[in-house]
Design a protein around this ligand. Structure first.
Ligand code: CAA
Length: 257
């Protein structure tokens, strides 16, 4: 791994992935995205990891897809390279991913934060889809996910002008969970991961899957999906332990089984 750093147990049960191309403001080139996918797939299989925090550095989470890598490409070359397959696979990660964002989260960087499940932002975070200034449009989900996150009017404004959204505005529009001082954003994200890591891994994954389903379906179908996952949780030892511990007035001991 050259362009990312992985710490498997940054906190008990919480892995940390740091994007590590600081000179290029963590521009997301093919190698970095491939390494990121590989790391997420490994962590997804690692029973000791219950939640994943993804971060950049104080100046930049990521300033977008690598412009230099794609500037000269033709439409057909872009199509044949099919780089977004990697991004689609990242979306399949079962464990919860928390983006810890400071500085620039632009273009593909903003899209990557929106592919995560929760976002903790430092006061210095800036979100945006500035592709329009490059004569193109978002290609990794920005037009869809930003619209769902902040609503049509704001998404139109941001995507058609390339303006940035401050951390405070991002919080106001519901794009991020929480805004904290810059020295706290990573800590806050890790704490959130730690809290989730104490829950039943199975229940966490079933819940994540059901929430994500709400973006793909009508209410009836989404409710049916939720109900199946709810019933499925009753096949786990963790559900039995969780309810038994409640009745016995003690802390549950989850095994992820
Ligand atoms: N791709 C490639 N290189 C990038 C980059 C990117 N997205 N963003 C920054 N860099 C490089 C710069 O070229 C520069 O490299 P050199 O030192 O070799 O010149 C280095 O990172 C530092 O950047 P700046 O000197 O520009 O730093 P700054 O502090 O003056 O400005 C910035 C910061 C406003 C974020 C500016 O770098 C910028 O506008 N970056 C591009 C943002 C952008 O347009 N992102 C969208 C990309 S397209 C996309 O993401 C498509 C998609 O949907 C998948």
């Amino acid at each position: 791994m050259e362009l990312i750093k992985v710490t498997e147990q940054r906190e008990p049960g919480v892995a940390l992935i740091e994007l590590n191309r600081p000179k290029e403001l963590n521009a997301l080139n093919h190698q970095l995205m491939t390494e990121l996918l590989g790391a997420l797939q490994q962590l997804d299989k690692n029973d000791l990891v219950k939640a994943i925090v993804l971060t950049g550095n104080e100046k930049a989470f990521a300033a977008g897809a690598d412009i230099k890598e794609m500037a000269d490409k033709t439409a057909i070359e872009m199509h044949l390279m099919d780089r977004f397959t990697t991004w689609d696979q990242i979306r399949k990660t079962k464990k919860p991913i928390i983006a810890a964002v400071s500085g620039f989260a632009l273009g593909g960087g903003c899209e990557l934060t929106m592919m995560c499940d929760m976002i903790i932002a430092s006061e210095t975070a800036k979100f945006g889809q500035p592709e329009i200034k490059l004569g193109t449009i978002p290609g990794a989900g920005g037009t869809q996910r930003l619209t769902k996150a902040v609503g049509k009017a704001k998404a139109m404004e941001l995507i058609l002008t390339g303006r940035f959204l401050s951390a405070e505005e991002a919080h106001f529009y519901g794009l991020v969970n929480k805004v904290v001082p810059v020295e706290m954003y990573l800590h806050e994200a890790l704490q959130l991961g730690k809290e989730i890591a104490q829950m039943s891994t199975i229940a966490v994954q079933l819940a994540k899957e059901a929430i994500n389903r709400s973006f793909e379906t009508q209410l009836d179908e989404g409710l049916a999906f939720e109900r199946k996952n709810f019933y499925l949780s009753f096949a786990s030892e963790d559900q039995k332990e969780g309810m038994k511990a409640f009745i016995e007035k003690r802390k549950p001991e989850y095994k992820g089984k």
